[in-house]
Design a protein around this ligand. Structure first.
Ligand SMILES: [Zn+2]
Length: 158
């Protein structure tokens, strides 16, 4: 197990992968807002994964946890894992509102996304449901609006 696994990091400390990456995929946990990476790893192991499928888990309070090593291909979207970084936000955004962009969880997500947007030219930011038949990251997440928010966040000091 990587010594970084399940450690909390500041978004701007996020490691830049050496492997080829062209997109970052956003998920929700479809569970409680404070679902921890340990819980998610337990679910993923029960589904036969070796370990947690996501590289990062962001809980409601805005803490960003490392999951799978950034150099490893994630297990996040069947058939679309190679070349991706996988990030999961704790919560069920089909059930709860997601239009609270100044919530610490979305600020942390935006900062993390922007680290990779700056480091990886042409990086695409996508929601799970844009790649597969799922509600993930939640029907209440307007993905275009979220991407606009990430771009706006680059110019804000919060
Ligand atoms: Zn998902």
């Amino acid at each position: 197990m990587s010594e970084m696994k399940f450690k909390v990091l500041k978004p701007d400390e996020a490691p830049i992968p050496k492997r080829m990456v062209d997109s970052l995929v956003i998920h929700h946990s479809a569970s409680g807002r404070s679902t921890t990476p340990w819980e998610i790893e337990k679910w993923h192991k029960a589904r036969g994964f070796r370990e947690i499928g996501y590289h990062f888990v962001i809980i409601a309070q805005g803490n960003v946890y490392f999951g799978r090593d950034i150099e490893k291909i994630p297990a996040s979207v069947k058939g679309h894992n190679k070349g991706t970084i996988a990030v999961c936000c704790s919560g069920n955004f089909s059930e709860m509102r997601a239009d609270t962009p100044f919530h610490p969880q979305f600020i942390a997500l935006g900062r993390l996304v922007n680290v990779y947007v700056d480091a990886i030219p042409g990086l695409k930011i996508v929601g799970h449901r844009e790649l597969a038949n799922t509600e993930c990251p939640g029907l209440n997440v307007d993905l275009d609006r979220m991407r606009a928010y990430f771009r706006a966040l680059k110019n804000l000091e919060l």
